[in-house]
Ligand binder design. Structure first.
Ligand code: ADP
Ligand code: MG
Length: 411
């Protein structure tokens, strides 16, 4: 373990007496924008004298060693004590590991409370890494989660077979289904927030730092209106913009002194994983934004390129998406949310490409190798339902789980 990491862990232990009494810090396992995460061993209280009077009770139905959170211990009442003959000695206790998430003090108390509340609300889902407890010392908050063994995405994304993708996404959509059913948007779906254990073919969703209840800061958006009404409203706003532009002598349809109120929408998330409606500042975002992000992960796996999208800002991100979907569909998508998409970049064609073409190109297949296998073809068909520009037509987590990709797999 690096010297600086040891120093860092020592500091945490010193500032948090309660933590060093309960946990032994082992290593730093994650460092993000909002937190630092450490692996630690839970220090258990000494074994009680009469071991056999203690019932080991696990909160977890699945018995998977390391991922099992520390067990709760409860004394049996004397009436239910077993007779001495059938008592067996307790097996030696295995170390229990936890992840200590030290949330940066720069995070607002509201944000921290929101993350802990959402984790608490989702505690019954087996696909979500549960909150065991949390500590606060002055302005420092540490959340305690069971440690979940997983591999870094960068180590396996190139080697994933379609059957591996099926397991990965079945687990991810099961997690999202429980999040969305609870009316919650995760807002930051990406590989580092889905801890996948390849050997168990199971993952857990973490990091609810940006999550929100659906309807938070919600405002009506053009995308909610019927198509015909939408067209009418859109045409009148376009006419307004053109009028403004003519008044200022601009040839393009973008007004110099735009008197319309600027739009504000939640754009939280990670670049490259943001749904088009987030980029176009839709004010009525839904759980479908998470589905788009899963589509970006599947595209990454099929194309064997990570990161697939590499934009530095929202405009770049629109250009990347437009390069695939083409100018025409991008304009329709923008208009849906009351925005205008215009570009003079010549490489962005009118019609764009099919996702199949993109996957074939990006994965650098030789022509002779032929098109995609049947299994890959089915994965691409599934991908089309995830990377659908219109959130209303995009698959939901539940629909995704019922897709042929899982239900009638092509091998
Ligand atoms: P941040 O808000 O800083 O992104 P995360 O909750 O995403 O924080 O955690 C950052 C990283 O720490 C994760 O990508 C993962 O590698 C590691 N991590 C988080 N929780 C756990 C856990 N329960 N078990 C194992 N590793 C974890
Ligand atoms: Mg994270």
């Amino acid at each position: 373990v690096d010297e600086s990491v040891i120093e860092d862990m020592r500091k945490l232990e010193d500032s948090f007496r309660g933590i060093s009494r309960k946990y032994r810090l082992i290593n730093r396992i994650g460092e993000g924008t909002f937190s630092t995460v450490y692996k630690a061993e839970q220090l258990l209280p000494p074994e009680p004298e009469d071991d056999n009077d203690v019932l080991q009770e696990s909160r977890y139905p699945e018995d998977n060693d390391e991922n099992k959170p520390p067990t709760k211990r409860r004394k049996l009442s004397s009436s239910s004590q077993q007779s001495p003959e059938i008592r067996k000695p307790n097996p030696p206790r295995k170390p229990q590991y936890v992840a200590l998430k030290k949330i940066y003090v720069t995070s607002s108390p509201h944000r921290i409370q929101n993350e802990l509340e959402i984790l608490h609300a989702l505690r019954s889902s087996p696909h979500i890494c549960p909150l065991l407890t949390a500590f606060r010392h002055l302005d420092q908050v540490v959340a305690v989660l069971p440690y979940f063994r997983h591999l870094d995405f960068r180590l396996y994304y190139r080697d994933f077979l379609v059957s591996d993708m099926r397991d990965y996404f079945h687990s991810l959509f099961s997690a999202l289904h429980s999040v969305h059913r609870a009316g919650i948007l995760h807002r930051d779906i990406k590989p580092t927030n889905f801890l996948y254990d390849h050997s168990k073919r199971r993952g857990v969703l973490v990091d609810f730092g940006l999550a929100e209840k659906q309807g938070t800061d919600w405002q009506a958006c053009l995308c909610l209106e019927h198509r015909d009404d939408r067209r009418e409203r859109y045409m009148s706003s376009l006419a307004f913009a053109t009028q403004q532009a003519n008044g200022t002598g601009l040839s393009a349809g973008y007004p110099k002194h735009d008197s319309r109120p600027s739009r504000r929408a939640n754009r939280a998330g990670t670049r490259g994983f943001r749904a088009p409606e987030v980029l176009f500042k839709c004010t009525a975002q839904t759980t479908k934004i998470d589905i788009w992000s899963t589509g970006v992960i599947l595209l990454t796996l099929l194309a064997r390129r990570f990161p697939f999208f590499n934009s530095t800002d929202d405009v770049d991100a629109m250009i990347e998406i437009a390069s695939i979907f083409g100018r025409k569909r991008m304009k329709v998508c923008a208009a849906m949310h009351g925005s205008v998409f215009e570009t003079n970049i010549e490489t962005i064609g009118d019609k764009g490409f099919t996702l199949e073409r993109i996957v074939v190109w990006a994965s650098c297949r030789e022509k002779e190798q032929g098109p995609l296998s049947r299994a890959e073809g089915q994965a691409v068909a599934f991908l089309e339902g995830l990377l659908e520009l219109d959130p209303q037509k995009r698959l939901s987590a539940k629909e995704a789980l019922n897709h042929d990709f899982f239900v009638r797999p092509e091998l």
